[in-house]
Design a protein around this ligand. Structure first.
Ligand SMILES: *[C@@H]1O[C@H](CO)[C@@H](O)[C@H](O)[C@H]1NC(C)=O
Ligand SMILES: *[C@@H]1O[C@H](CO)[C@@H](O)[C@H](O)[C@H]1NC(C)=O
Ligand SMILES: *[C@@H]1O[C@H](CO)[C@@H](O)[C@H](O)[C@H]1NC(C)=O
Ligand SMILES: *[C@@H]1O[C@H](CO)[C@@H](O)[C@H](O)[C@H]1NC(C)=O
Ligand SMILES: *[C@@H]1O[C@H](CO)[C@@H](O)[C@H](O)[C@H]1NC(C)=O
Ligand SMILES: *[C@@H]1O[C@H](CO)[C@@H](O)[C@H](O)[C@H]1NC(C)=O
Ligand SMILES: *[C@@H]1O[C@H](CO)[C@@H](O)[C@H](O)[C@H]1NC(C)=O
Ligand SMILES: *[C@@H]1O[C@H](CO)[C@@H](O)[C@H](O)[C@H]1NC(C)=O
Ligand SMILES: *[C@@H]1O[C@H](CO)[C@@H](O)[C@H](O)[C@H]1NC(C)=O
Length: 488
């Protein structure tokens, strides 16, 4: 009996200690402002969303463990007030939220676990890690002068914050992995990956206007930057003289606002500013929802008011595709013709047809024939006024409904595909005021979505057992977390 009471009291004491730690750590008062060699941390089982490890001098930004879903972990830089992740170290490969996952600094920032050993590493030999007031995480060598060996700004995920250089060897990738933004010689563009292991498709392009300066061949590559004056600028050899300015609503406003642009999971590129309590939408590249790469999912049809299905016998259900997402093509399959059904629909267009190659054919039949006999073709859209034949070499996405009956669409549907429709894959539906919803879900939620989508696709069940939230309470491990993380 005594022993029981004893251990209960001990438990209480550690609980109390632990609670104190949680409170001080969450208050951020003891989260350090630099990390030195020897630093170690493990995820705390009782933290449900974010465990700070390093703050910037203003306290606006924090580096820490971000819990993704129940059991996964990303190392992230967060905007603290909104819990908005601005950068993730390992967006495509998440670690596990368990005490087997270690994070340490030994000159390199390393995430390791017993299975993979080194999960993620900066492969540097630095002296200190700091989080700047711009949200840039840097590994520095404390020479005279101080040099930067590695910085998170060089490895953007889906977000560019103001004054973060975006160069030709970088890309922004939406949290679901479907969309990317890259720089070209004199433009920036958005690309969709409709199919694994296949080329991606440009669906939006912004070419430099060369308004204030000209792009000069041989004067170095262009780079892009969110300027605090409220625009996305393209620059060549001078940061003072942009060759192109894409103004936001806040352009030239004399208020000091923190800005960012983000490639959203629906494929749109948006800018936001922080007004002190909310992220306010400041710009969007694609203002018409139907011009997004796939707003109504695969084999969907977009009208300004709503989504429906290309096949008028199928009812559109929000949150699922008209036909399950397909990959691959019809090549390498015997008797190609027997493997698909043909669906036709008048009055449809490809949303980004201006950026697509086309053939000119003399008839609808000729256009359809080109696609029918080509195993990498999933469909074709023919305009009998112009004779343009657009061939779609990817599984069919959303088409745009146009009143013009001179546009005729021809689509292959893999046999049996229309019947297994219950495997829902969430595609952001056509939502009025979609901005608000995106911000809402954007807070971490879509990272979950990405993983979930990947899982759905791979048909892979999560058999990982989540450590209960209080499993280690009062044990040695929570005490060691306390020492490792707060007594610095
Ligand atoms: C840091 O740790 C990693 C992983 O254990 C190791 O590969 C690397 O050599 C270490 N770096 C130094 C400078 O000790
Ligand atoms: C951020 O840091 C820079 C350089 O240390 C400094 O000039 C600037 O005033 C700081 N900005 C804020 C908002 O603290
Ligand atoms: C961005 O990169 C260019 C060269 O790539 C460099 O000249 C410029 O100083 C950088 N700007 C910032 C804000 O880091
Ligand atoms: C990316 O390009 C910049 C110059 O534009 C260069 O300084 C940097 O080393 C490049 N990074 C990589 C990873 O190639
Ligand atoms: C780059 O430098 C060259 C020569 O110094 C100049 O002619 C050109 O206008 C500059 N380009 C930009 C974009 O400032
Ligand atoms: C940073 O903190 C200051 C002071 O609390 C605040 O006024 C400002 O809005 C914050 N900036 C961001 C981007 O959160
Ligand atoms: C569905 O589409 C077919 C072919 O385009 C057309 O013949 C039929 O009338 C349509 N049915 C409805 C209910 O709209
Ligand atoms: C088949 O279609 C693909 C994609 O539309 C195209 O790139 C290719 O040239 C076509 N092949 C033939 C033989 O027409
Ligand atoms: C194109 O086809 C539509 C529907 O089949 C028809 O109404 C229209 O007259 C045709 N236009 C031309 C230019 O042939």
């Amino acid at each position: 009996m005594d022993r029981l009471i004893n251990s209960l009291t001990r438990l209480r004491a550690t609980q109390l200690l632990f609670l104190t730690w949680v409170l001080t750590c969450i208050a951020g008062t003891t989260t350090p402002e630099s990390i030195l060699p020897g630093f170690k941390a493990t995820p705390n089982p009782s933290v449900s969303s974010f465990q700070p490890l390093l703050n910037d001098p203003t306290g606006n930004f924090s580096l820490g463990f971000l819990r993704v879903g129940q059991t996964q972990l990303a190392l992230a830089v967060l905007h603290v007030a909104s819990s908005q992740p601005l950068w993730l170290a390992n967006p495509t490969q998440l670690a596990t939220w368990s005490d087997r996952t270690q994070f340490f600094f030994n000159g390199s920032l390393v995430i390791s676990d017993p299975n993979t050993r080194v999960f993620w590493s900066t492969q540097t030999n630095g002296d200190t890690v700091v989080l700047l007031n711009s949200s840039n995480l840097q590994i520095q060598k404390l020479d005279n002068p101080v040099t930067v060996l590695w910085q998170s700004f060089d490895f953007p995920t889906n977000t560019l914050v103001e004054n973060q250089n975006f160069t030709a060897n970088m890309s922004l990738i939406s949290s679901n992995g479907l969309y990317s933004m890259r720089l070209g010689y004199n433009f920036y563009a958005l690309y969709a990956k409709f199919q694994d292991n296949a080329a991606d498709h440009m669906y939006w392009k912004h070419t430099a206007l060369e308004a204030r300066a000209a792009i000069v061949q041989g004067q170095g590559p262009i780079h892009a930057l969110v300027n605090s004056d409220g625009y996305l600028g393209l620059y060549q050899n001078s940061t003072a003289n942009p060759v192109d300015v894409q103004p936001f609503n806040s352009y030239n406003r004399p208020i000091d606002l923190f800005l960012l642009v983000r490639l959203e999971p629906d494929g749109n590129l948006k800018a936001y500013y922080w007004d002190g309590s909310n992220w306010v939408e400041d710009f969007k590249a694609i203002s018409n929802t139907c011009q997004l790469p796939s707003p109504c999912g695969s084999y969907g049809l977009c009208t300004p008011q709503s989504c429906s299905c290309l096949d008028n016998r199928t009812e559109f259900r929000s949150g699922s595709d008209c036909v399950p997402v397909e990959t691959g093509d019809f090549c390498g399959e015997q008797l190609v013709k027997d493997k698909y059904e043909v669906l036709t629909r008048n009055g449809v267009e490809v949303p980004f047809k201006e950026l697509m190659q086309y053939e000119t054919t003399s008839s609808l039949g000729e256009c359809e024939g080109l696609c029918e006999n080509n195993c990498s073709c999933w469909g074709a859209v023919y305009n009998n006024a112009s004779g343009f034949c657009f061939m779609l070499d990817y599984p069919i996405q959303t088409l745009v409904s146009v009143g013009d009956e001179s546009n005729v669409g021809y689509f292959k549907v893999r046999e049996g595909a229309g019947k297994k429709k219950n495997k829902a894959v969430a595609i952001v539906g056509l939502v009025a005021g979609g901005g608000a919803i995106l911000i809402l879900i954007g807070i971490g939620g879509f990272w979950t979505y990405r993983i979930w989508r990947k899982k759905t696709r791979e048909n892979d069940d999560d058999d990982e057992v989540s450590p209960g939230p209080y499993k280690n309470l009062g044990s040695e491990s929570s005490k060691s977390i306390e020492v490792e993380m707060c007594n610095r």
